[in-house]
Design a protein. Structure first.
Length: 294
């Protein structure tokens, strides 16, 4: 199966991640031992774009970085992964996130916003959006997300959105009302349902990490239990899921899209760092093993 004809514009954060693997996540006044440290690009939109490229799709990433070493490294890493970029450069600093990951793969995130929301919808050439098959939005300024979703709708381009952790304190209603496919975790799903915004989208996909995922499409609800893997680092696993779901959903039913998404997420969870180029070979191998029974 290939996503080579799927042209996706991804818009959102471009970060530089510093990951510390520790023996445990300490509590207040606690201390932990650092077992390993590494750096790589990050940001939800960036992670999705890299995973899409690995699955044979053609991603274009809209975002912003600073004119600094971290921005240069992020751009180079994306281009080496086969991601075409439309990155706005500013005099500010590229956003840096510090990810603390324990032995079970669970994490804490610290970071500065940097310049990762300095771009605007107008920085994406209209012709590039018109040529796309799909627009995928992640956490960003609500006004920018709404403008991009509006432009995509006017061009007849489908829209997906993964608002992320800041859903509760940002007004994304204008974007969600123009969204065809909405990704969230269980906590975010509760916020969406309480606000009534969950009813505004055609398809709602709730990611449950190692517990799999559920898609609600109208009156139809489909679930997949996920795959049993030993997690190394869950950073970016949800983004890998999204990429797999988007590519598979182009030519397959919800059941298949959930299975592929969960396979991609599981593969990412057993790999250090937020960034992973998932391949169909690895996905198909995991699909052949079958889902977790737990």
């Amino acid at each position: 199966m290939s996503g080579e004809l799927l042209r996706v514009v991804c818009a959102g954060h471009v970060n530089w991640d510093v990951t510390l693997r520790v023996d445990r996540l300490p509590g207040p006044d606690g201390e932990a031992c650092i077992d390993e440290q590494y750096q790589s690009g990050g940001g939800s939109a960036s992670n999705v774009a890299v995973a899409l490229a690995g699955l044979g799709a053609s991603p274009l990433l809209l975002g912003s970085v600073g004119r600094d070493e971290h921005g240069w490294l992020a751009r180079r890493e994306l281009e080496d992964a086969g991601v075409e970029t439309a990155l706005v450069e500013t005099d500010g600093e590229t956003a840096v996130k510090y990810l603390i990951v324990d032995e079970s793969g669970e994490l804490m995130v610290f970071g500065n916003e940097g310049t990762n929301e300095a771009y605007e919808a107008s920085d994406l050439p209209a012709r590039r959006l018109a040529q796309a098959d799909h627009l995928h939005l992640t956490s960003q300024r609500p006004s920018t997300a709404a403008d991009l979703a509006r432009a995509a709708t006017e061009e007849g381009v489908s829209v997906s959105f993964d608002p992320g952790r800041r859903l509760a304190d940002r007004d994304y209603s204008g974007t969600i009302r123009r969204t065809d496919l909405l990704f969230c975790n269980e906590q975010e799903a509760t916020v969406l349902r309480e606000s009534g915004l969950a009813d505004a989208v055609s398809t709602l996909v709730v990611k449950r990490g190692s517990g799999g995922a559920t898609a609600v499409d109208g009156d139809r609800e489909v679930s997949h239990p996920g795959f049993a893997v030993d997690p190394v680092d869950t950073t970016g696993a949800g983004d890998a899921f999204t990429a797999g779901f988007l590519v598979a959903r182009e030519n397959a039913a919800l059941e298949r899209a959930l299975a592929v998404g969960n396979a991609c997420g599981a593969l990412a969870a057993r790999t250090p760092g937020a960034r992973m180029q998932v391949t169909w070979r690895d996905v198909d191998a995991l699909l052949d093993i079958g889902p977790s029974n737990g």
